[in-house]
Design a protein around this ligand. Structure first.
Ligand code: GLN
Length: 481
């Protein structure tokens, strides 16, 4: 049998249930892989190898005693470190939360555990999810497994790198403006941002509530479906969720009407453009039509996103006042100077920039000029997209406008950094589902195709992704030896 860490989630579950190997053997293979490559990648902020081994032993014992284990039987999952895990440190890659141990599991984590998954540890990110490279992590960046000099994407960069390199079989990330899809694209794995309201956000440490969703990053479309069916649905603790129907892997794709978004393809790099066009041709092979369309309000997406995301962030981060969260300052002798100095010291530059921008656009006098205008533009964009979804099933384009880039290339210029999110923020603003699927390489660096569908039409994304995945067939491992 090949290395057990190399298996897909579906293969792990089958292998364990058929008795081809034990859960413990598989977990030990993944731990060995982590020992071999983690010093190069730095995907994890905290690791719980011991906990993983004892969970594996427990599952093996239950299986021997013929007890039923859920559909994720034994699979190893890494969790982005802004998703709460009971008794495991959850830092958001921030100094502010360096010692924070949540007293409860996020709903998604609870579902994963109840269905048999094993938590291996917490994965690196840009501080509080703000960034696109993991360079803003207070614990140092994660490296792209395809070329260690390059960024893995962000903010869920640890999730992308760990899954691509075999340090965990699947991972859960969060996506406020592209944080699942960007690292999925840069690391050549599959990432799905669900429709807003499909997956509970309870226990996700908030960055911008109206935009974000938790979703899976995996190496196959089938694995994405396995995870989605476990984590989605109504949650009493998040009243934006609704009951949801499960997704399936259908062998056959219904004929879908696919539209390439002209604005997205026009503005991307040559090699990315070439790959996306050749992938678009593959849609014909799977029996779909494609045409090119233009979207009027697309130019407003990025400025609206950064206005709204920063506004929500400034409000969310006000809880780190060192009374409710942060460092314990004495309540009876609370000093504002101390508050300001801890905030100054314990938030990184980018987080502080967002708080400043957010407070500015919400301040009286500027509220209607910026915040309200961004809200209106968001509605306009959503309306335009929803109208077009009456005619088209999927919108496609490159997930990222450029190939992965080297460390340090964009970090000194926030605008340059923000611009890489130009294609991904659309789905968050419109609250629609979007997937990034690996479709090729250029100079050894991965390229991802983004597909967006109407609200709660995840099944269409899965149908097209599964058919394309089988047609393109580029799944492989980076060489890390
Ligand atoms: N890069 C975007 C930002 O910094 C998106 C991040 C995310 O989706 N969490 O806001």
């Amino acid at each position: 049998m090949s290395n057990l860490y190399d298996l897909l989630a579906s293969e792990v579950v089958d292998g364990i249930k058929e008795g081809l190997f034990t859960t413990e053997e598989y977990v030990c293979s993944v731990i060995k892989r982590i020992e071999d490559v983690e010093s190069k990648l730095h995907s994890f902020i905290s690791l719980d190898s011991e906990g993983a081994v004892s969970s594996a032993k427990l599952i093996d014992r239950k299986l021997r005693e013929k007890e039923k284990i859920g559909p994720l039987c034994g699979i190893i999952v890494g969790i982005k470190d802004n998703i709460s895990t009971k008794n495991i440190k959850t830092t958001c890659a921030s100094k502010m939360l360096e010692d924070y141990i949540p007293p409860y599991d996020a709903t998604v984590v609870r579902h994963m555990k109840e269905n048999g998954a094993i938590i291996m540890g917490k994965l690196n990110l840009d501080e509080f999810g703000m960034g696109s490279t993991t360079e803003y992590s207070r614990y140092g960046p994660t490296h792209n497994p395809w070329n260690l000099d390059y960024v893995p994407g962000g903010s869920s960069g640890g999730c992308g790198a760990a899954v691509a390199s075999g340090e965990c079989t699947v991972s859960l990330g969060s996506d406020t403006g592209g944080s699942i899809r960007c690292p999925a694209s840069f690391c050549s794995v599959v990432g799905l941002k669900p429709t807003y309201g499909k997956v509970s956000r309870y226990g996700l440490i908030s960055y911008a509530n109206s935009l974000e969703q938790i979703g899976p990053i995996c190496r196959s479309v089938k694995d994405i479906v396995m995870i989605m069916n476990v984590i989605s649905g109504k949650d009493m603790n998040d009243n934006t969720t609704i009951p949801s129907s499960s997704i399936t892997i259908n062998g056959k794709t219904k004929k879908l009407n696919v539209a390439i978004l002209k604005e997205l393809i026009d503005s991307c790099d040559g090699s990315v453009k070439k790959t996306i066009y050749s992938t678009a041709e593959k849609f014909k092979e799977i029996g779909c039509e494609y045409s090119e369309i233009s979207i009027k309000n697309l130019n407003y997406a990025l400025p609206s996103y950064y206005t709204l995301a920063s506004a929500e962030a400034s409000s969310n981060l006000s809880r780190y006042d060192n009374i409710r969260y942060g460092f314990d300052l004495p309540i009876d002798d609370y000093k504002w100077e101390q508050y300001f100095s801890t905030v100054r010291k314990n938030f990184g530059e980018e987080v502080k920039r967002r708080i400043l921008i957010g407070s500015y656009v919400l301040s009286s006098g500027y509220y209607s000029k910026y915040y309200l205008k961004a809200r209106r533009l968001r509605s306009l964009l959503r309306l335009e997209l929803l109208t077009l979804f009456k005619q088209y099933d999927l919108f496609i384009g490159p997930t990222m406008p450029i190939l992965p880039f080297k460390f340090g290339e964009k970090i000194d210029d926030p605008i340059k950094m923000y611009l890489v999110d130009i294609n991904t923020v659309i789905a968050n603003l419109a609250s629609i589902p979007a997937v990034s699927l690996p479709v090729g390489f250029s100079n050894g660096l991965p390229i991802g195709l983004q597909m967006m569908a109407a609200p709660f039409e995840e099944q269409k994304l899965i149908d097209a992704s599964y058919a394309l995945e089988n047609t393109i067939n580029i799944r492989r491992r980076p060489n890390l030896t």
